[in-house]
Write a protein that binds this ligand. Structure first.
Ligand code: NAD
Length: 255
């Protein structure tokens, strides 16, 4: 495959960083876009130190003006692949959920991907090639209590992807959503600690009794599995896979 320019939001940590490293190893150029500029710079340097090609950009996916300017800012590095991965979590019963937090989660994980797609789609269309990979979640297809904003944002992402798939049927652009169950990243490590405290359990009990309990496979999903699925979705072989939901959940939703 030709070397592609791949823009990954939240690329400085966890799943985004893992996908960035894997796709860089395939010879692609990675734009590590993250609200945490220092972490993005460190990630890009790590990729370069491993022989890959990368640059860092400080981007807040909720900042309308900043996102709208990205295609011009990257005129010399036209984006072929957009990976909408940035995300955060907040766990609270709805009655206690701060309104600003609810809006922030929707902005980062639903409005952000829409703004970024809007920014890069014209260029993809013009060059008749583009791949958009959203990182959704098992919570794109099922709910858990106390995660109303996260579940709503991640469910919304599927509707968004289906709509854009219909709007891009006339060119070689696809949009799909990866939906993993739990992946051991900083985001989940924080949840393990918080749930242990809240439920008066040890961290091992949170993992076995809460997180992995609904998964027949009883294993965390690895970043490598997600990177391999993304690698397939951006390939020529996946040119007719669009508007789809790729669920990596160890059998959770087979029940
Ligand atoms: P993480 O906390 O390790 O990384 C998230 C990254 O997003 C961080 O680098 C953070 O700085 C960045 N970010 C946050 N807000 C941003 C903003 N406004 N603009 C730009 N960047 C921003 O988390 P992770 O576990 O790697 O999660 C990545 C994605 O995967 C998220 O969308 C998350 O919902 C999804 N996901 C994670 C799991 C899991 O178990 N870890 C499971 C399913 C889905």
């Amino acid at each position: 495959m030709n070397s592609l320019n791949i823009f990954i939001t939240g690329g400085a940590s966890g799943i985004g960083l893992g996908i960035a490293q894997a796709l860089a190893a395939d010879g692609h150029h990675i734009i590590v876009a993250d609200i945490n500029q220092d972490a993005a710079t460190t990630a890009a340097r790590q990729i370069e130190a491993s022989g890959g090609s990368a640059q860092a950009m400080a981007v807040d996916v909720c900042n309308v003006q900043q996102v709208a300017a990205l295609a011009d800012d990257l005129a010399d590095t036209p984006v072929d692949v957009l990976i909408n991965n940035a995300g955060i979590q907040h766990v609270s019963r709805l009655e206690d959920f701060p309104a600003e937090k609810w809006q922030q989660l929707i902005n980062i994980m639903l409005v952000g991907p829409a703004l970024l797609t809007q920014a890069f789609l014209p260029g993809m269309r013009q060059r008749n090639f583009g791949r958009i990979v959203n990182v959704g979640s098992i919570h794109s297809v099922i709910a858990s209590p106390y995660k109303s904003a996260y579940v709503a944002a991640k469910h919304g992402l599927l509707g968004f992807a289906k709509t854009v798939a219909l709007e891009t049927g006339d060119c070689d652009v696809t949009i799909n959503t990866l939906c993993p169950a739990y992946v051991k990243t900083p985001l989940v490590e924080q949840q393990i600690a918080a749930q242990a405290k809240e439920n008066n359990l040890t961290e091992e009990e949170v993992v076995s009794k809460i997180m992995l309990e609904p998964m027949p496979k009883k294993q965390f999903i690895s970043v490598e599995e997600l990177a391999d699925t993304a690698r397939f979705l951006i390939s020529h072989s996946a040119r007719n896979i669009t508007g789809q939901t790729m669920i990596l959940d160890g059998g959770w939703t087979a029940r």
